[in-house]
Design a binder for this molecule. Sequence first.
Ligand SMILES: [Zn+2]
Length: 149
Amino acid sequence: MPIYQYDCAGCGKRVDVLLRRVDPDARPQCPQCGDARLTRVMSAFVRGRTARQRIEEIDQTAVAARLQHNNVPEFARWARREGAQWDEELGTNYGELAERAEAGDVKWEHIDADHGFRAKAGERLRELSRPERSPASGDARDAARGHAY
Ligand SMILES: [Zn+2]
């Protein structure tokens, strides 16, 4: 289950929020004070997780559902967020797809992107699954690879 870290505007604390499933529309609340004005932060914990762990946490069912959705503004919002998280890591093009969807592009793009996403995520996982790599060297190599995209 993914854990995200947020800065709460209600109590001013930095809090961990456990989300039971990956839902782009989820409105998490502060576990300390119940306020919903939370700003997501990339915590040291999140950064410390390997790319493999993050890729394995991708909810492929949610990805497919979003991609087959006909609601363009919703798709664009979702694609933009996925793009911010994955375009550099996986070489996907969700940021661009968000723009094209809003410009009135057609549905096959979404399905094509779905296949592309699964293929690229699987490819990346196989790369990361190679043996004889310590987490430290893996992170360093991931960082170097990230710049190449
Ligand atoms: Zn709070």
